[in-house]
Design a protein around this ligand. Structure first.
Ligand SMILES: Nc1ncnc2c1ncn2[C@@H]1O[C@H](COP(=O)(O)OP(=O)(O)OP(=O)(O)O)[C@@H](O)[C@H]1O
Length: 587
């Protein structure tokens, strides 16, 4: 119920349309009720009094009422459906837009697949229910209320009989309705679980097939699908009971009324026209109850879906701009100060991923980060981008504590080139424009100066569609596009996670050349995997188990830090030399 009332809040911008819809609804339902009175007149004044002229007038009147009913019904349908679709669209918009403000951690905790399923299946369900079912429900609730009034007006005695029977009809609806609602929610959860599992498996299809994991996945799919089906089965059983019980009760009631009413007419307590009208209204009422019982389940399912969507809407971003964000100085300098930073991931509060890190990085400096796997290098990047806040200490960018700044303003001064750069569906130009959507073609070409030769060789140059994830490019080409994207953003601070996968010597040289362009004149922090990078760096910071071990130049570290010497020997690689057969081939 809470979710439904909150949905009504979404109606606020459309009060006038809602009012018009309500008016059309009342007129449409009202004209159906008037038809019942027409029926009474025809029977009493026409048939019983034996006046054919009365029949003609009754027909004319009826046609008029039908015309009004038709127009009002069409209007009601249009307006109510429009509002339903509009509210579903608004809700989709609100949820998607809110999701963008939640930090990467949130998705790690809750699973992207699960969230995706809520956004797609739950909004789709709401869309159908708000767009059509809801309109039916409202129409029938109103019709039911109207027919009940008309029943009382026509014959209070018979109505009393109906009302006595009413709890018999409503009680099972309430009981079954509640069960249906609980099962609906469970059913949606199961489908979401399935969707999330399928999403992960299908996006990792290459790994799945390479390891021959299909049989295992098929088994798990089977079990998840069957679980979802079992839940759906339980829900359908409840709905089936609900429908059967409600309908049989309603029509039994009509039978009883006819029987009692027939006795009343015979005894002269009511006219035949009144009984006709009464039965007309009773049938309408029973029909409404039937429809309501049918759509109530759907509406309850929608309430479950709305509840899940509101949960997403209510998720508070852990990282947000303070009410009065402190502006970063202009022009940006690119000074980073890390001061006694301690950070542990929420899932492992006892083992800090970074512990007591202090480091000053001067504007324009080139700092290389090295350390064994799990030392905290990527975590430091995540903190610099403010995906997390440190539990102790502070990070300052150009003198401003990251927590005091607007994260968007901070990130506008940073560009990230990830180890496996992520490209998105679109053209080469779209991907380069990613961090500056308003950039014109000239700016894009300038930023891509290091890769024009290969981009222009693509079938449609910069407008070539690269497929989802830039699948149509080689690893080295993807990296160069990602570098162009960072150059176009023109950041004061560059965060670069060097690729570990080896490229051939020529691609390596091209990527290196692109990186030189990117790093020129800005502060850069590089998670280094190449010997060339550490030798060219101003300083190298050696991390080990979340602690800063040493900060110095390559040569001095080689002399005085055994861990560094070992890492340099094992981890940092020279550009790959062409193999002997390649050299032979070239000769
Ligand atoms: N999301 C997370 N939740 C909990 N712990 C995490 C999470 N991400 C990383 N860690 C832990 O934090 C520590 C530092 O990880 P981090 O990814 O920063 O290391 P790294 O130096 O970048 O390693 P690599 O070179 O292998 O990428 C590791 O012990 C890791 O297990």
């Amino acid at each position: 119920m809470g979710a439904l009332t909150r949905l009504i809040g979404f109606l606020r911008p459309y009060v006038w349309r809602a009012a018009a819809a309500a008016l059309a609804l009342v007129v449409a339902a009202g004209s159906v009720l008037v038809l019942g009175q027409g029926l009474r007149l025809v029977v009493d004044e026409g048939f019983m009094a034996g006046q054919p002229g009365m029949l003609d007038r009754a027909l004319a009147l009826t046609l008029g009422v039908i015309a009004v009913m038709a127009v009002a019904s069409a209007l009601r349908f249009y307006l109510v459906t429009w509002i339903g679709e509009r509210v579903a669209a608004d809700l989709r918009h609100a949820v998607l837009s809110h999701l963008l403000s939640l930090e990467p951690d949130f998705y790690e905790r809750n699973g992207v697949g699960e969230i995706q399923s809520r956004v797609t299946t739950d909004t789709a369900l709401l869309q159908t229910v708000l767009g059509s079912t809801f309109s039916m429900a409202v129409r029938n609730v109103l019709l039911l209320a109207g027919t009940l009034v008309m029943l009382v007006v026509t014959s209070p005695r018979l109505t009393a009989l109906v009302l006595l029977g009413l709890p018999l009809v409503l009680l099972p609806m309430l009981i079954f309705g509640r069960r249906v609602r609980r099962l609906s929610r469970l059913s949606q959860d199961r489908i979401a679980e399935l969707g999330s599992y399928a999403g992960e498996t299908l996006s990792g299809i290459a790994t799945v097939q390479a390891f021959g994991h299909e049989a295992e996945d098929r088994r798990r799919f089977d079990s998840l699908v069957e679980q979802a089906f079992a839940t759906a089965g339980a829900r359908i059983r409840q709905r089936a009971w609900l429908n059967g019980v409600a309908l049989s009760l309603a029509f039994t009631a009509v039978g009883v009324i006819l029987w009692q009413g027939g006795h009343d007419v015979l005894a002269g307590r009511m006219s035949a026209g009144e009984l006709s009208a009464f039965v007309f209204y009773a049938v309408l009422a029973a029909g409404s109850v039937g429809v309501i019982s049918e759509v109530a389940g759907e509406v309850m399912r929608a309430a479950g879906a709305a509840e899940r969507l509101f949960e997403l809407l209510d998720a508070q971003p852990a990282i947000a701009a303070p009410p009065q964000p402190k502006p970063l100085p202009t022009p940006p300098r690119g000074a980073v100060s890390i001061d006694g930073v301690r950070f542990a991931y929420p899932s492992r509060p006892r083992t800090p991923a970074l512990d007591g890190i202090s480091l000053e990085i001067r504007p324009g400096e080139r700092l290389a980060l090295v350390g064994p796997s799990g030392a905290g290098k990527s975590t430091l990047f995540a903190l610099l981008l403010r995906f997390h806040d440190p539990q102790a200490g502070a990070i300052r960018f150009d003198g401003v504590d990251l927590r005091a700044a607007d994260p968007a303003a901070l990130r506008a001064r940073i560009a990230l080139v990830a180890q496996e750069p992520l490209l998105f569906t679109g053209s080469a130009a779209d991907n380069i424009r990613f961090g500056r959507p308003d950039a014109d073609d000239g700016a894009i070409r300038a930023a891509a100066a290091h890769c024009t030769e290969f981009v222009e060789a693509l079938p449609e140059g910069f407008d070539t569609w690269l497929g989802p994830g830039g699948i149509q490019l080689s690893g080295g080409q993807r990296q160069r596009i990602a570098i162009a994207r960072a150059i176009l953003r023109d950041p004061a601070l560059l965060l670069l996670d060097e690729a570990t996968s080896s490229l051939d010597a020529e691609s390596e040289r091209q990527v290196q050349h692109a990186l030189e362009r990117l790093m020129a004149g800005r502060t850069s922090i590089v998670i280094a995997h190449r010997l060339a990078t550490v030798t060219a760096a101003d300083r190298i910071a050696v991390l080990e188990q979340g602690r800063l071990r040493a900060v110095d130049s390559h040569h001095r570290l080689l002399e005085r830090d055994p861990l560094y010497a070992r890492l340099a020997a094992l981890q940092l690689r020279e550009p790959r030399q062409p193999a002997a057969n390649e050299r032979l081939g070239n000769a």
